[in-house]
Design a protein around this ligand. Sequence first.
Ligand SMILES: [Zn+2]
Ligand SMILES: [Zn+2]
Length: 317
Amino acid sequence: MQRILQPGEIESLDRIEFPRLRLPQPAVLFTERAARLRQKADGHPIADYLRFLAHLVDLQAQAAATVATQPVPEAVIAQSLDHGMPVLPAPLRPDPAWLGMLRQLLAGVLALQDLPQALRQNAQALAARGDAELEALAQAFLGDQATPAELAAQPLVMAALQVVYADIASRLDTQRIAYVDPASICPVCGSAPVVSVLRIGGEAGGHRYLHCGLCATEWHMVRVKCSHCESTKGVRYQGIEGGDPAVLAETCDSCHTYRKQVNQEKDPLVEPLADDLASLTLDLLMADTAYARASGNPLLALASGEPSGEDLDTQDA
Ligand SMILES: [Zn+2]
Ligand SMILES: [Zn+2]
């Protein structure tokens, strides 16, 4: 089927050899994320929470090794290609395997010796809920419609959903995943990206990818575009003076949002979700600007940090 090329695709035609999509490898993904969370926790204002998440991501890695999701029906893939839609739009009912994953993660969390009391109570309350209630909660988080009272459960519920969605995404064929509109949503699950990441090494090196917070698929978007509204006007970067040069806030004067960009060229070990969580100070400073955060981190609901008082250093793109 012939179709008109979009601006981002035209710009990249001369370098078409790099991958448009980087599907997750769950075993590697969760292992690297846990290691990065531990590394970042040392001396961090929210060290306890980052270490708790490292445990949770360890449990995700174990769960990912045994999860059994159903193959995506060919008709669903054909339909998404026909309509330029994500393969599995997230607000649809998740694969039933997710509930077993949640029960497994909760058991693992409750077995931790050094679990802070608030987190223990939260996990116990979640474990006591029936399947129908948990399904409703998953729908609320996936549809971004959870009430403030429910937010404490978000990291655990989303962690279970991540295992399932990453497993499904890892077994898709990149040739059978549509270009979706807008290009700022995940072509696999339709979620917003948490951050973008500049990759190094291999064919993806030097290219910017948006990283899905649910299924961990990464899809290419040219750097000159805002990762939220796709405008090419007024995209700039802000970072903390004297802070980590590998994590900057990409701001857009068209939609007045920001999304962080993590840069492997500055630090090869950056991991999108972990580095986003570990750079909460940047979010606190951005809260005093005219830019709103474009999308949240699914593993963040309980944590809070202290403003550091450091100054923002504005850099032109
Ligand atoms: Zn996704
Ligand atoms: Zn924008």
